[in-house]
Design a protein around this ligand. Structure first.
Ligand code: SF4
Length: 346
């Protein structure tokens, strides 16, 4: 697919090869980042990462393509200099969320601007080796191969992502623009994570090191390690923890499962809140409130039980193995649990 990218496209998708080509044509040198003229770019990239650390959210502002491409590059250099796996994952997820917004916008374009969709197809094809086609049957719907769909949708727990709940015809799944792009969010984030890992800059300019040091000082302290070996947890809990570690945005039902399970095996509020630190939308105050609510320390002062295996199966959160045979609740897995004083089913 040969599509000519405009400058505005490069600003929105600075991770495409064309953006790197653009940079090589400008004879940009890493030490240029120490120049006062580029100070605003370094600060812009640094502020973007600060926002990701504090609020767990991407910055969606859009500047000229030169500024955006450089901000993207400087952001990566700062991340490399900080050298924190967790922050790198968070940054990649935020970049993926940012791209997601633009991709959805472009997929929804109609009329004269509909050729923007070709650009989205290019992003899917070039980066993710995945074909998407505009549906001839349904307006503003897109088709992806069932195999491509299944490869990605297994990451989602919600019922709506189960193939049985999708419109399927002739080996293709129909998706709306939001769903089409949501399907690849973690893949895009993983791809960026891989690229950052492979990047090997000759050196890190002084201004970048300075910003890295400032940002390192506001990183949250490493989450407390829970004293259970992961193998002591039931598969549903291990799966949710793995998803969290991968920076996936767990659905509410999975968060309730995780928090109530940890409460049931005697973890304290601090330990449980820290589990969610890796969530892209992490907000310490809100997480604490929610965990305290589930623990019965807020609102109705009723402590919530861990959802049953049947409910978790129904919510797509069960990943049973042979060790789960006969269980009706995850708390029965492997070890005795604390009893509740006030209980309510969820
Ligand atoms: S059977 Fe129960 S404990 Fe096992 S994975 Fe499923 S929900 Fe979890």
């Amino acid at each position: 697919m040969n599509i000519r990218l405009g400058n505005a496209d490069l600003a929105r998708y600075p991770f495409l090869n064309e953006a790197a080509e653009y940079m090589s044509q400008t004879y940009f040198n890493l030490d240029d980042l120490n120049l006062p003229e580029l100070r605003h770019i370094v600060e812009r990239a640094s502020n973007r990462i600060r926002n990701e650390i504090i609020h767990g959210k991407p910055d969606y502002s859009l500047e000229r393509h030169e500024v955006e491409i450089l901000t993207f590059l400087v952001g990566i250099l700062i991340i490399k200099a900080i050298n924190s796996d967790n922050l790198t994952k968070k940054h990649c997820l935020c970049e993926a969320l940012r791209a997601e917004k633009f991709l959805v916008h472009d997929l929804k374009m109609q009329g004269e601007l509909a050729n923007k969709k070709l650009l989205v197809f290019k992003v899917f094809k070039e980066l993710l080796k995945m074909d998407i086609l505009p549906s001839l049957k349904y307006q503003l719907m897109f088709e992806v191969k069932v195999t491509d769909y299944l490869k990605r949708s297994h990451l989602f727990h919600e019922q709506e992502w189960k193939l049985i709940n999708r419109l399927v015809h002739d080996g293709r799944v129909f998706l709306d623009p939001d769903e089409t792009v949501r399907l690849i969010r973690s893949e895009l984030a993983n791809l960026l994570f891989e690229r950052i890992g492979q990047m090997n800059p000759s050196h890190i300019p002084t201004t970048i090191r300075e910003q890295a040091n400032i940002l390192r000082s506001i990183l949250p302290v490493a989450p407390r390690r829970l004293d259970h070996a992961p193998s002591a947890y039931p598969p549903c809990i291990n799966h949710a923890l793995d998803q969290m570690a991968a920076g996936e945005n767990l659905p509410h039902s999975a968060r309730v499962m995780l928090a109530t399970y940890m409460l049931a095996i005697g973890k304290n509020i601090e330990e449980i809140v820290s589990l969610f630190e890796n969530a892209p939308d992490y907000n310490e105050r809100i997480s604490r409130y929610q965990v305290e609510h589930l623990a019965g320390e807020r609102g109705s002062h009723v402590r919530y039980l861990v959802p049953s295996c049947a409910k978790l199966r129904n919510d797509g959160l069960c990943f049973a193995t042979s060790q789960c045979e006969g269980l009706i609740n995850p708390v029965q897995f492997g070890r005795a649990v604390k009893s509740y004083s006030k209980k309510v089913s969820v």
